[in-house]
Design a protein around this ligand. Structure first.
Ligand code: NVA
Length: 307
C-alpha cells in the first residue's frame, strides 16, 4: 500500500517518533543516506509562494541522491488545464514521490488517490505537516523530549499551523494550548481527533481566548502570521483583532523562563512577533527552518521504504 503524508495524523504516534529519530540521524550525517540514488526524481509542485519548502526539499532530495524536479503550478495551470486526477497519473509516471503545496486539502487527497507514488502535503489551507516534523525535531533538540512538554500556540489558531499543532502535538504526547480569539480556533473536527489521540498518548488539548492564560507555564511558545496565504482580503479585520496575541517580551514573560519561541516563517515583525523576541535568545526559528531539510528527508525516505 502506498503511504502518503497529507496531514499530521497520517503518522501514528509510534511512527512519528521513528521519523523524528531518522531525521536526527540524517542531521548528524547528511550525506550518508542515499535512498534516491539513481537518481530517482521527486516532483515539487508549488501553486503558492514558497521559500523554505522549495529550498529545503530541493537540497534534501539532492542529499538523498535524488533529482528534485520543480513544477510551477501556475505554468502547469494545475486543476484548470487538466484535472488533478490526470496530473497525478502524469507525475506518478515520472517521479518516485510528489510534494505539493496548494490551497485545498481535498486536492492533495485526490492527488494521493491517483498518483500511485507517495504524496506529501507541502502546505494546504488546512495543514502544514512537514513544518510540524521540523518543529518537533527542534523541540526535542532544545527540550530533550516531547511527551509532557507544554506548548502555547498564540494567534490565528484557525490556520494550517494551528490545526497541525493540535494534531502533531497530541501525537507527541504534548500539552497544547491554543490562545486565539473567538472564531479563530482550530477546526472542531481536527480538535476532536486530536483530543482522541491525546487520550492515548497522555497529551492534552486546550483552547483559550486569553493569550496570557495560554502562555502561562509554557515550555514552547509558537506563533504564525495573522494573515495566511489566501486570506489577504481579511487583512484589515485581522490586524484589528489580533494585536493582543502578539508574542512580545511582555507576553513571553508569562511563559517558563527557559521557554523557546518558534515561528514557521515568514514573520511579520511588530505584528505576531516583536523584533526583540524573534532576534532574542529564546528564539529558535533558524534551527526550525534548517530542520525542514532533515525532517523532510526523513519522512520522504520513510514513506518510500513502506510503499
Ligand atoms: N499559515 C501560513 C504558513 C506559512 C508557511 C500560511 O498559510 O500562509
Amino acid at each position: 500500500m502506498t503511504r502518503h503524508f497529507l496531514r499530521d495524523d497520517d503518522l501514528s504516534p509510534a511512527e512519528l517518533i521513528e521519523v523524528l529519530d531518522l531525521a536526527d540521524a540524517m542531521k548528524a550525517a547528511p550525506f550518508d543516506h542515499k535512498p534516491l540514488a539513481g537518481p530517482h526524481t521527486v516532483a515539487l509542485v508549488f501553486d503558492r509562494p514558497t521559500l523554505r519548502t522549495q529550498v529545503s526539499f530541493a537540497a534534501g532530495i539532492a542529499e538523498l541522491g535524488g533529482n528534485p524536479m520543480t513544477v510551477d503550478g501556475g505554468l502547469a495551470a494545475m486543476g484548470k488545464r487538466e484535472g488533478v486526477e490526470d496530473v497525478a497519473r502524469i507525475l506518478g509516471r515520472q517521479a518516485s514521490a510528489i510534494v505539493w503545496r496548494t490551497a485545498h486539502q481535498s486536492d492533495v487527497d485526490t492527488m494521493a488517490d491517483h498518483a500511485g507514488v507517495p504524496v506529501l502535503n507541502a502546505l494546504t489551507d488546512e495543514f502544514h505537516p512537514c513544518q510540524l516534523l521540523a518543529d518537533l525535531q527542534t523541540v526535542r533538540e532544545h527540550k530533550g523530549r516531547l511527551a509532557g512538554v507544554r506548548v502555547a500556540f498564540v494567534g490565528d489558531g484557525a490556520c494550517n499551523m494551528g490545526n497541525s499543532w493540535v494534531l502533531a502535538g497530541a501525537s507527541a504526547g504534548m500539552h497544547v494550548v491554543v490562545g486565539a480569539p473567538e472564531g479563530f480556533t482550530p477546526d472542531a473536527d481536527v480538535v476532536a481527533r486530536a483530543v482522541g489521540i491525546a487520550q492515548e498518548t497522555g497529551g492534552s488539548i486546550q483552547l483559550s481566548v486569553d493569550p496570557l492564560e495560554a502562555v502561562k507555564g509554557a515550555d514552547v511558545v509558537v506563533t504564525d502570521s495573522w494573515v495566511s496565504m489566501g486570506r489577504e482580503e481579511e487583512s484589515a479585520d485581522r490586524l484589528r483583532i489580533f494585536p493582543p496575541y502578539g508574542v512580545t517580551d511582555e507576553l513571553l514573560a508569562h511563559a517558563e523562563p527557559d521557554a523557546i519561541v518558534m515561528h514557521c516563517l515568514p514573520a511579520y515583525r511588530g505584528k505576531e512577533i516583536s523584533e526583540s523576541v524573534i532576534e532574542g535568545p529564546q528564539s529558535v526559528v533558524w534551527d526550525e527552518a534548517e530542520n525542514r531539510r532533515h525532517a523532510q528527508k526523513a519522512v520522504l525516505t520513510w514513506l518510500l521504504e513502506r510503499s
